[in-house]
Write a protein that binds this ligand. Structure first.
Ligand SMILES: [Zn+2]
Length: 198
């Protein structure tokens, strides 16, 4: 096949998706994965669970087994507010692991969460949120890429956690198209957390 014909095979597909009344144009180069990308647009919502399951997310607190986890995602906190996270009780100073590999998007201090980490997954579709930390792991900085199982911090009670009950407040946010660390839809991590071992 002539090179010119090869170049002609690079086709731009424009697919227009109506999301919440806003039309979004997506262009990509045709390749063997183009079909998958195209399909993902339609089945994205359905596949989120499958995607998270395939990551084999690590239980983020050292020494905590699957059996010890409690699903308190849908409980109410402070009146009417839904918790939208898991609380994993542990002694102050217990290592906190990255549940998955990816970039540290934000280290945020202050507010109800206290000392927190917002970590994206490698595809930057989800944000993992770790709160009430006592401290960050030494050398942890925004922008660095961590591996699944890396120690990123230590359990504490910063923010609005009771000082006598240190725990990790952990949740997953499905990121929007703009991939902002502070915006997303809370997703219950409970079904997806697997092994405590690294
Ligand atoms: Zn909590």
């Amino acid at each position: 096949m002539p090179r010119t014909a090869k170049a002609a095979l690079i086709v731009l597909l424009i697919s227009t998706l109506a999301v919440a009344g806003v039309a979004t144009a997506v262009a990509f180069r045709e390749s063997p994965s183009a079909t998958a990308v195209n399909r993902a647009g339609k089945s994205e919502r359905r596949d989120d669970g499958g995607l998270l399951a395939s990551r084999r997310l690590l239980i983020p607190v050292d020494g905590v087994s699957r059996e010890q986890l409690r699903d308190n995602f849908a409980e109410t906190r402070g009146g009417k507010r839904r918790h939208d996270a898991l609380d994993i009780m542990a002694a102050r100073g217990t290592p906190v692991f990255a549940v998955d590999g990816g970039r540290v998007a934000k280290l945020f201090r202050g507010g109800a969460g206290g000392l927190t980490i917002h970590q994206f997954d490698s595809a930057e579709q989800f944000a993992y949120y770790y709160a009430h930390l006592d401290s960050y792991a030494r050398g942890l900085v925004e922008g660095m890429v961590v591996k699944r199982g890396d120690i990123i911090g230590y359990v504490g009670s910063t923010g609005n956690a009771p000082s006598h009950a240190p725990h990790l407040h952990f949740t997953i946010f499905k990121l929007g198209a703009d991939r902002k660390w502070w915006k997303g839809t809370a997703t219950n991590p409970y079904p997806y957390l697997t092994e405590a071992k690294r």
